[in-house]
Ligand binder design. Structure first.
Ligand code: GDP
Ligand code: IMO
Ligand code: MG
Length: 424
């Protein structure tokens, strides 16, 4: 199998976990390259549900090995918890998971600052997952971050924590008026994480290089989606990492030539969690139907997801940035309930029709969707595993999407279980 990247091309929760799990059978290694515990990837195998936040979804397949790359931000206690859950499910992690020594650590003060700065924003809240993602990536970029390798160097760890707390305690204590952190207490807490993690932390750069050179088959598992990308998404209502294809190369440390199959995952409709504009959002009964039928409640925070029709303008924008070679459409079965299905093919912005994604959020907030309408197929897609067995209306819908996007649809997901998948 060619090395493959699986990327979300909407606002996250497209079903990346399901598709990665499906494809992992043909891969040797699965690599996460960005994001952190903000991600929630659900894998359903024969009715058994697994939710992964940091560990690549490939771990569910016995025999596959996994890497948490340098571009990920790691919350060590959460990682330990996730390992524990997997072990209880009979999935061994030791010897199968490798964590980059360069990956940055989400510290308790990052989570506190995430919450405090959201509160400060009032009505302009981003609606983050409160997992400390923004503050951790900020520290990385400002060159004040703690890295996984620091957990293995007590003296250096202490010095770095002392340095960090000078600023954090000033901010948390003086500005926000909350209780800061005691150096000794925090140092001991962080050291206690090291015990359980030291066997996993390594130089994943040389590991990946050996894998690539030896021709191993690697699957790169994206988190979030293109519209949440720090550069290309709906800034500031985005996450703090590169969720588009460039993130694979910086976040795993591989050259672009490594990846020749780039699969964009999109639902057959759209969802979004948190704040920010969403032109095709449905407030009424149809939106409620999508939410209930699609089980659209966050895998990480349990928040109800905002639901709407598929936005092809946004999708085509993402497809180009990611250089998609293929699209996988998930949750087609959710549309089984619909009498009619709409897709957004252009925006009307201040009376002007456009198919371009505005870079100015104020303009994007004014975008009114221009729709194409398709007839529904009522109850015939759930669990279908062959393209030829799809109802003709569903095939017409999918063929319209691929023509609009200029990218072939290679896979269709017709249910949450691994088996409920069409490979075209
Ligand atoms: P991810 O973050 O992209 O991995 O997606 P999530 O796991 O957060 O959300 C996708 C949800 O949809 C999960 O509950 C999946 O089990 C479920 N799911 C994935 N594919 C399908 C599908 O084709 N049909 C249905 N009904 N559910 C699906
Ligand atoms: P997966 O990998 C959906 C959203 C949050 C918020 C914004 C910023 O499961 O698709 P953050 O905590 O990252 O600072 O939050 O991004 N968000 C996601 N939405 N799926 C995700 O991950 C998300 N990760 C972050 O809701 O709007
Ligand atoms: Mg998710």
């Amino acid at each position: 199998m060619a090395d493959t990247a699986v990327l979300g091309v909407q606002w996250g929760d497209e079903g990346k976990g399901k598709i990665v799990d499906f494809l992992a059978k043909d891969a040797d290694w699965v690599v996460r390259f960005q994001g952190g515990t903000n991600a929630g990837h659900t894998v359903l195998v024969k009715g058994k549900k697994h939710i992964l936040h940091l560990i690549p979804s490939g771990i569910i397949h016995g025999g596959k090995k996994c890497i948490i790359g340098n571009g990920v931000v790691v919350d060590p206690p959460e990682l330990l918890k996730e390992m524990d859950t997997l072990r209880k499910e009979g999935i061994e992690v030791e010897g199968r998971l490798f964590v980059s020594e360069r990956a940055h650590v989400i510290m308790p003060y990052h989570k506190k600052l995430d919450a405090l700065s959201e509160k400060l924003k009032g009505s302009k809240q981003i609606g983050t997952t409160l997992r400390g993602i923004g503050p951790a990536y900020s520290d990385k970029m400002a060159r004040g971050g703690i890295r996984m390798q620091d957990l293995l160097r007590p003296q250096r760890l202490r010095e770095k924590l002392e340095e960090a707390l000078k600023v954090k305690n000033l901010l948390i204590g003086e500005f926000f008026g909350e209780e800061g952190y005691d150096l000794e207490g925090l140092y001991q807490e962080v050291l206690s994480w090291s015990k359980g993690l030291k066997v996993y932390i390594c130089n994943t750069h040389s590991l990946i290089r050996r894998l690539v050179d030896s021709g191993a088959s690697i699957l790169f598992e994206g988190a979030q989606g293109a519209m949440l990308d720090i550069d290309h998404g709906t800034y500031p209502y985005v996450t703090s990492s590169s969720t588009t294809v460039g993130g694979v190369f910086t976040g795993a440390g591989v050259p672009p030539s490594t990846v020749d199959r780039i699969i964009g995952i999109s639902k057959a409709y759209t969802t979004r969690v948190g704040g920010g504009p969403f032109p095709t959002e449905l407030d009424g009964e149809e939106g409620q139907m999508l939410r209930e039928r699609g089980g659209e409640y966050g895998a990480t925070t349990g928040r109800p997801r905002r639901c709407g029709w598929l936005d092809l303008v946004a999708l085509r924008y993402a497809a180009w940035i990611d250089g998609l070679t293929e699209v996988a459409i998930t949750k087609l079965d959710v549309l089984d309930a619909m009498d009619r299905i709409k897709v957004c093919v252009a925006y009307d912005i201040e009376g002007e029709r456009t198919q371009e994604m505005p870079g100015d959020l104020e303009l994007f907030s004014k975008a009114k969707p221009v729709y194409e309408t398709f007839p529904g197929w009522r109850g015939k897609v759930r669990g279908v595993t062959g393209w030829q067995d799809l109802p003709s209306q569903a095939k017409e819908y999918l063929e319209y999407l691929e023509e609009f996007l200029g990218v072939p649809i290679g896979m269709v997901s017709t249910g949450p279980d691994r088996e409920e998948t069409i490979v075209r």
